[in-house]
Ligand binder design. Structure first.
Ligand code: TEU
Ligand code: CA
Length: 550
């Protein structure tokens, strides 16, 4: 799977924003890489308060990205290149500019009123005053998750931005409208959906207050009352029944599920339950969070290995893993889990070896196949993301000093992943002919696609080799997983097994050489080259793959 963040992929018309025609022009890159399925982040009409995750029309294309006609061409071209395409389904919330919300907010007795979560201010408190919100829930982007609506005197719920009101899935009309939207895209030919925060659709209807975040705030934790709520499995089964079961094809579904545990994952992905194919879990991308996500601690390799290992085992018999280190919400993998200076090449390829050879479906986020890195941000004005900007303002209010705020943002900002794709060493990295909406990483002069295509040792060509291995050796797709104990905590060693064949994968997730006893013979794949490797040690960030039986 390959995720495209359209705004930052390729700009065809020189307005500094990536678009559908831009994606079409880059399909040869994706074909060369060898990916099977593309996931497009949202391209629907949107006020862009959260870069398209705030949708004002589910059945169209935002003019900044192109037109429905462009979309149809893109889809046909993707299919012609032998790939599939899935859309981002963002239905926990809409934009506040969606006609459903315009209706809903127009009066208390409008038929759409109950399509969203409207509640009175807390008893005895004047609306608008701090603490008068119906619950104390903090939004995912900071601040209260309720906004007061003057005209009708009530508050509406938004777990994200105030311009992203939450739909009320308790209302069957809402669910029907979502199902119809999905059918509309399937009829157009798309091959499935990535479902944005889909485990937030069922709230505890009592709306209890959450545990206070601390003495400095009135806000509390909403997670226990909104994540994996009481009806989430029922709603997904119903969706499956109403949308997919009626069709002859299999459509690919992946549910984004923050806070889902491994046992939740079994329920979501057990094929006999007919919910979704796989989920995006968050455990391994939360290991570096301190008090909050911008309080960044280095990820200890061992905790990463242990976490991935537990998910491999937990979904070993029933269910299925999606394998990802990067997406548009996460800092760049090589900077976060690897080493983007001394061992840039080695760590980018070692991390890829691990992810691509575990059991499950691997995801590449645009630029990851080149080893793209975090951006050297040094001023707040360089950020575009609403979550980062909210954090910067809130931290400054609390008196956190600017260098510290910037340090947090450099480590955790979603904008790290959103800088333009680096195609070549020309101006703006070949992404656009004019100034892009967000700055290009200055390392584009040496880190870009064009410089990697013909270099047999490039990160790009290593990704190709991993994909080729998956396409040609069924043990990678079908084999079981077994961990191998190792004395060095930074070594992740495992086997993938079928009755007649095994692969042994070993990755040194550290910048030191470590002792390790290798089998004799040449590895099938190694990020230090495939000629004979030392038998007693692994080099820094070395990854090797051996075929141990055949
Ligand atoms: O993300 C949901 C999510 O749980 C987080 O990753 C979130 O983006 C944030 O980083 C919290 O710290 C999904 C989308 O992937 C994200 O881009 C959207 O902003 C969000 O939902 C709302 O639609
Ligand atoms: Ca454009």
């Amino acid at each position: 799977m390959y995720q495209i963040y359209p705004r930052s992929f390729s700009d065809s018309n020189g307005d500094g924003i990536g678009d559908l025609r831009g994606i079409i022009s880059r399909l040869p890159h994706l074909e060369k890489l060898g990916v099977d399925v593309l996931w497009l982040s949202p391209v629907y009409p949107s006020p862009q308060a959260d870069n398209g995750y705030d949708i004002s029309d589910y059945r169209g294309i935002d003019p900044i990205f192109g037109s429905l006609e462009d979309f149809d061409v893109l889809l046909a071209e993707v299919h012609r290149h032998g790939m599939k395409l899935i859309m981002d389904l963002v239905v926990n919330h809409t934009s506040d500019e969606h006609p459903w919300f315009t209706e809903s907010s127009s009066s208390k007795d409008n038929p759409y009123r109950d399509w969203y979560w409207w509640r009175d201010p807390r008893d005895g408190l004047a609306p608008g005053q701090p603490g008068a919100e119906p619950t104390n829930w903090e939004s995912f982007f900071g601040g209260p998750s309720w906004t007061h609506h003057e005209e009708t005197g009530q508050y509406y719920l938004h777990l994200f931005h105030p311009k992203q009101p939450d739909l009320n899935w308790e209302n069957p009309a809402v669910r029907r409208a979502v199902h119809e939207t999905m059918a509309w895209w399937l009829n157009r030919g798309v091959d499935g959906f990535r479902m944005d925060v889909i485990n937030l659709i069922s709230k505890n209807p009592d709306l209890p207050d959450g545990e206070r975040r601390g003495p400095h705030t009135l806000l509390g934790d909403c997670f226990p009352y909104v994540l994996n709520g009481p009806r989430v499995h029922e709603f997904l089964k119903e969706m499956n029944q109403e949308v997919f079961a009626k069709r002859p094809n299999h459509y690919l579904t992946v549910a984004e599920t923050p806070g889902a545990s491994c046992s939740d994952a079994v329920l979501f992905t057990d094929p006999s339950r007919h919910e979704v194919d796989m989920i995006f879990q968050f455990e391994h991308v939360s290991l570096d969070h301190g008090e909050h996500k911008f309080d960044v601690r280095p990820t200890d390799s061992r905790s990463l290995i242990d976490s991935l290992d537990q998910w491999q085992t937990g979904l070993g018999e029933v269910g299925w893993n999606s394998l990802y280190l990067s997406n548009h919400d996460q800092p760049r993998a090589v900077s976060r889990f690897g080493d983007d200076t001394t061992y840039w090449h080695q760590s980018a390829t070692a991390l890829a070896t691990m992810m691509h050879l575990l059991r499950g479906t691997p995801y590449i986020y645009q630029g990851e196949e080149l080893g793209m890195t975090n951006f050297p941000f040094d001023a707040v004005r360089q950020f575009r993301d609403v979550e980062s900007l909210n954090y910067a303002a809130e931290a400054a209010d609390r008196g956190v000093l600017l260098p510290l705020v910037l340090e947090g943002l450099r480590g955790a900002s979603r904008d790290n992943a959103r800088t333009p794709m680096q195609w070549n060493d020309e101006r703006f990295a070949g992404f656009s002919s004019s100034v892009p909406w967000i700055e290009v990483n200055p390392n584009y002069t040496w880190l870009n696609a064009e410089s990697q295509y013909d270099d047999p040792d490039s990160v790009f060509n290593y990704f190709r080799a991993l994909i080729r291995l998956r396409h040609t050796d069924p043990v990678v797709t079908e084999g079981s997983y077994a961990a191998i104990a190792s004395e060095s905590p930074q070594i992740f060693a495992f086997t993938r097994n079928s009755p007649d064949r095994s692969l042994l994968v070993v990755c040194n997730l550290s910048g030191h050489a470590v002792p390790w006893e290798a089998p004799t013979g040449q590895p099938v794949l190694c990020n230090y080259g495939t000629s004979e490797r030392p038998l007693a040690l692994l080099e820094p960030w070395e990854a090797r793959v051996y075929a141990t039986r055949s």
